[in-house]
Each structure stands twice: as structure tokens, then as C-alpha cells.
Design a protein around this ligand. Structure first.
Ligand code: FAD
Ligand code: FES
Length: 242
């Protein structure tokens, strides 16, 4: 628990089925786009480990997290109310490369949209945003003002193009690509970008310490095993061995 501090929740609301937006009160060193925090919204030892959640957005005195209920930890977090306290550790990990010039494509799948809002706000270049969802679409209104074009797909065709987001993406149009979402989607994006355009991916992995000490989050790369929490979560697409 070393390094963790208790902060106050300003709001925690369901914005789509099982998708929550949590705002916490926090000032000071807040982090750069692509970084994450470890969150523990419960007392006691079950669940034992805190959960990693990306920075979704930051203002002068608030951090926004966007998360999906996947299991016990995120389920407990969803039950928290304004004025409840939560323990956090962060900001952790590296961030996205933000200084690239030219046209940028950002591609997200599902809750992979979470780290992209703060990322978009921090980029000066023109951005096309490609976002894929299973069925329900969320957070698009928050994003519209930061991008030139927005392409939406749903697997059931209820909004936008019916199918996967990689069906709409044309790598040749871009000078840099960033992506976050399910591994099969990111793998496909990396394959599509190969020898055409640099791509950066935000990797997911189960985490324990979040600070590089336990090696529990290691993934295979062309440089050997790398820790998602310390060497990532953002990696060059070329270096990750899927
Ligand atoms: P558990 O009971 O631990 O697991 C439920 C199910 O989800 C299991 O099937 C399990 O295998 C799977 N699962 C759990 N953790 C992961 C994981 N890390 N990767 C893949 N599958 C997993 N989620 C968000 O909703 N919003 C975010 O902004 C966000 N940012 C993240 C940033 C980083 C750097 C990482 C590593 C993960 C991030 N995640 C994010 C994923 C989030 O940490 C997990 O969904 C969460 O830990 C699940 O905890 P749980 O107790 O609810 O589920
Ligand atoms: Fe412990 Fe990454 S979670 S090294």
C-alpha cells in the first residue's frame, strides 16, 4: 500500500450499460496522456490487488476515469458514490508520443476509448478518430470537438458502419497511428500499418504492483520481456510480439 493516497470521489455515474465515468478530486502532478493509476475502492483483502485504470481526462482539480465492469474490482467501484473515498497510486507508466507532426489516426475498440480523450486534447495535429463498439456507443459527444473526422462501427450495425473498425481504417492516409482496445483489434491495426506508418499501442495486462517490481505484467517483445506497467503501457507496434 506504500505510496497510495486517499482521494474523494466527485461523481461516479453509469454512462452506458456497465460503463462508468468516475471523477476524483486531485491537484498537483496529474500525469500525461496514456498513463494510468492503480485504484483501490474497497477496504480489506478481497479483491487483494488494486486495479489499473487509464487517465481519461484531467482538469485543474479533477481526474476522470472511464471504466467497464469486468469483475469484482470494477463492480465494487461502480457502487461508489460522490464523497466516498478511494485509494490511488499514480500517475504510472509512460505515455503516448504527442509531438508527431502530420495526420494522426486514433483507433479504439470498446473501453479502449478511455485513454484517448486526454490524448486527443494534447495533440496539435489533425486527428481522425476511428472507434469500434459492440453495440452501445458512448463518449462520442465529448470527443467530437477534438477531431477532424470520426468513424464509428458497431458489430450489430445499430450505429455507424456494421462490422469491425479495422474495416474502415486506411493506414496510408496517416503519419502516425495510436490504438487501444482488444488485443485482436490492435494486432490487426499493427499488421495494417506495417511498413507504412508508425503505430503506438496501449497494452493491457493483469497487474499486481503497478510499479515494475513484481514482473507480473510482463509481455514478450522483440527486446525481450517488458513490463506493461513500467516500460509501457504504450509500446511501438513493431516491438510487441502478439
Ligand atoms: P477481474 O475479476 O479481475 O477480471 C474479470 C475478467 O476480466 C476476467 O476474465 C479477467 O481475465 C479479465 N481481465 C481483468 N483484468 C484484465 C486486463 N488487465 N486485461 C485483460 N483482461 C483482464 N479498464 C477500463 O475499464 N478502463 C480503463 O481506463 C482501463 N485502463 C487500463 C490501463 C492499463 C494500463 C491496464 C493494464 C488495464 C486497464 N484496464 C482498464 C483494464 C482494467 O484494469 C481491468 O478491467 C480490471 O482490472 C478488471 O478488474 P475486475 O476486478 O473488475 O475484474
Ligand atoms: Fe508488477 Fe508490472 S504489475 S511489474
Amino acid at each position: 500500500k506504500e505510496g497510495y493516497r486517499e482521494v474523494t470521489i466527485c461523481s461516479n455515474r453509469e454512462i452506458a450499460t456497465d460503463i462508468y465515468e468516475m471523477k476524483i478530486k486531485e491537484t498537483g502532478i496529474l500525469g500525461v496522456p496514456g498513463q494510468f493509476y492503480m485504484l483501490r475502492g474497497w477496504q480489506g483483502l478481497d479483491p487483494f490487488l488494486p486495479r489499473p485504470i487509464s487517465i481519461c481526462d484531467i482538469s485543474d482539480d479533477e481526474i476522470t476515469f472511464l471504466y467497464e465492469i469486468r469483475g469484482k474490482g470494477t463492480g465494487i467501484m461502480a457502487g461508489l458514490k460522490a464523497m466516498d473515498r478511494i485509494e490511488i497510486l499514480g500517475p504510472l507508466g509512460n505515455g503516448f508520443e504527442l509531438n508527431s507532426k502530420g495526420n494522426i489516426a486514433i483507433i479504439s475498440g470498446g473501453i479502449g476509448i478511455a485513454p484517448m480523450i486526454y490524448t486527443m486534447k494534447s495533440i496539435d495535429s489533425p486527428i481522425d478518430f476511428y472507434c469500434g463498439f459492440r453495440d452501445e456507443v458512448y463518449y462520442i459527444d465529448e470527443i467530437k470537438k477534438y477531431v477532424n473526422n470520426i468513424y464509428i462501427t458497431t458489430e450489430d450495425g445499430s450505429v455507424g458502419h456494421k462490422g469491425f473498425i479495422t474495416e474502415l481504417f486506411v493506414p496510408d492516409r496517416y503519419d502516425m497511428v495510436m490504438t487501444c482496445g482488444p488485443i485482436p483489434m490492435m494486432k490487426k491495426v499493427v499488421e495494417m500499418c506495417k511498413d507504412k506508418v508508425p503505430v503506438f499501442i496501449s497494452m493491457e495486462s493483469r497487474m499486481a504492483c503497478g510499479i515494475g517490481a513484481c514482473l507480473g505484467c510482463s509481455i514478450e517483445t522483440t527486446w525481450g520481456m517488458k513490463r506493461v506497467c513500467k516500460d509501457g503501457p504504450v509500446f511501438s507496434g513493431e516491438e510487441v510480439i502478439f
